[in-house]
Ligand binder design. Structure first.
Ligand code: MG
Length: 454
């Protein structure tokens, strides 16, 4: 990408852009004013992750909200799920979290939430975009502006509420005296995740927990970014390592042998933890590993697939009465607590499951079916839609007989596994996932499909 190129991506997942090159404060103010106008006043919660541009955007968003008569409750630096919890508890009309999630520091974004403390639905997003484009925000005169108050302490409140979740086996976790290394990428989980683990009786070793927004590793908690965490887990002979992304809605694990086991298995562990105590349907997105599907089915659960994106998963959870689910990128959703991805509940469920089984993390991983998964991406070209059609017509040459799902790009399920290719919701790229029971087949398919779309 050229350094002068502007980048702004709008979707249900938020308004995401390069700071100063696509996403500017004026734009944030206008979006916030449009959002506040749709809400028609009342209270709105504003939180942010630790990236340095965050304080600027908090001010911009606050101005926009106040200008249309909305009262802002600024809860400071918190995980994204904490904003969701605060909205419900404070009976606010909505919320805005300023975070570009797993994107690098040069990005930022606005994530919008409704009065349920959930991502706005695709329909609510269309209304928001329409209001923004119409420039019809309901600006108020000087004596009808909203107010602003600061309400710190929500990370601790999030921890307190997590500990009170019934399904978490607190006594059993405490008995295991887990040693856990936490790597919060100096993001919004820096305070909350270590605090939760400490309250669960774990010995916590912290790296990258300074809340200063200095992303000293790639912010996505994928294996290639976790080398320091792996080293510290080994050095301290810890039971596991936990890494989150900058807004702490995704959690990845490192086992006691110092292996990054992949984000996918966080969800598989959480699903196992919940279903063994509370049977019911599971809802995962179409990009999620078959491990989670198999674990859920083995525990008698019916598995439903949704399109990618938190709001899509949550919508289907509601329709199918899902008791557990989420996204395979480490985003666990336990709706009995709250309907959003949450690294804290994910951490508590993982420890709960290990405590109940008496296994180490590597022993637990051994119990899961083995699949070989390659996630890759490429530049999105303008002919992507027609290439997808061509690809579907030729796919039998690659994978034999298959079942197709066209709800989110293309997903093929075939005898040895599955693959999905779709355009990203948050970046101008396509994402390709191939997962099969053979390492050679996975890498061959991944290469061939990529070639076709290049
Ligand atoms: Mg995130």
């Amino acid at each position: 990408m050229k350094s002068t190129e502007k980048l702004l991506v709008k979707s249900t997942s938020g308004i995401r852009g390069l700071v100063g090159r696509g996403l500017e404060p004026a734009l944030a103010t206008e979006y916030a004013a449009a959002f506040g106008t749709l809400l028609g006043g009342g209270k709105v919660v504003v939180g942010r992750d630790t990236r340095p541009s965050g304080s600027m955007f908090v001010r911009a968003v606050t101005s926009g909200l106040v200008s249309v008569g909305v009262d802002v409750i600024d809860i400071g630096i918190v995980p994204t799920p904490t904003v969701e919890i605060a909205i419900k508890q404070l009976k606010a009309r909505g919320g805005i979290c300023i975070t570009a999630s797993h994107n690098p520091a040069e990005w930022n974004a606005l994530k919008f939430f409704n009065n349920q403390g959930e991502f706005i639905t695709p329909k609510q997003y269309r209304q928001l975009d329409k209001m923004f484009n119409s420039k019809a925000a309901g600006f108020k005169p000087h004596n009808k502006l909203g107010s602003v108050i600061s309400r710190p302490g929500w990370a601790a409140e999030h921890v307190r509420k997590t500990l009170a979740v019934k399904i978490i086996k607190r006594a059993a976790i405490r008995k295991r005296k887990f040693r856990v290394v936490v790597d919060a990428v100096n993001g919004a989980g820096s305070e909350a995740l270590p605090l939760l683990l400490d309250k669960l009786g774990a010995k916590v070793i912290k790296i990258n927990c300074n809340s200063d927004g200095n992303f000293t590793r790639g912010p996505e908690p994928v294996a290639k970014n976790l080398s320091r965490l792996i080293g510290v887990v080994k050095k301290h002979k810890a039971d596991l390592g936990m890494a989150c992304d900058p807004d702490a809605d995704r959690l990845a694990l490192v086992d006691e042998k110092g292996r990054a086991i992949g984000e996918e298995l966080t969800l598989a562990m959480a699903v196992a933890a919940v279903l063994s105590a509370k049977p019911g349907p599971t809802v995962i997105n179409l990009s999620t590993s078959k491990v989670t599907h198999d674990v859920a089915e083995s525990l008698g659960s019916k598995v439903h697939y949704s399109k990618v994106g938190e709001s899509n998963v949550v919508e289907m959870m509601r329709a199918r009465r899902g008791v557990i689910g989420g996204e395979g990128n480490g985003g666990v959703i336990y709706p009995a607590f709250h309907a959003g991805r949450d690294a804290l509940i994910a951490a508590a469920l993982v420890l709960s499951h290990l405590a109940a089984s008496g296994r180490t993390l590597s022993e637990q991983v051994e119990t899961f079916p083995k699949y070989y998964n390659i996630k890759t991406k490429g530049q999105l070209k303008s002919n992507f839609a027609s290439k997808l059609k061509q690809f579907e017509r030729r796919a039998h040459n690659l994978v034999g007989k298959f079942k197709v799902d066209r709800r989110d790009g293309l997903r093929f399920d075939f005898e040895q596994g599955w693959l999905q290719i779709r355009s990203s919701n948050t970046e101008p790229i396509y994402r390709l996932i191939v997962e099969t029971n053979s390492k050679a087949l996975t890498s061959r398919l991944s290469r061939q499909v990529k070639q076709f779309f290049t």
